[in-house]
Design a protein around this ligand. Structure first.
Ligand SMILES: [Zn+2]
Length: 74
């Protein structure tokens, strides 16, 4: 398999919660906090990028604290 469980995620930069790798629609992946909902930009993996590579990029953003804080009502 792609070994997504081997991708290292820091704690949530917003609340210190647990980040989770989320796939959406079979074409993109992002990291989202299970506690507060902060998330990275979605990285698409269709074409030349595999799901694992896209998840790694999203994880890099997450670990660099490049996340969108949850907005009102989100
Ligand atoms: Zn959080």
């Amino acid at each position: 398999m792609d070994g997504l469980e081997n991708i290292y995620l820091e704690d949530c930069p917003c609340c210190g919660g647990v980040g989770s790798i989320e796939e959406e629609g079979g074409w993109c992946v992002y990291i989202q906090c299970l506690d507060c909902g902060a998330h990275t930009s979605a990285i698409s993996y269709d074409g030349q990028t595999t799901l694992y590579e896209a998840a790694k990029l999203a994880a890099d953003n997450w670990n660099a604290r490049k996340v969108h804080a949850p907005g009102p009502g989100e």
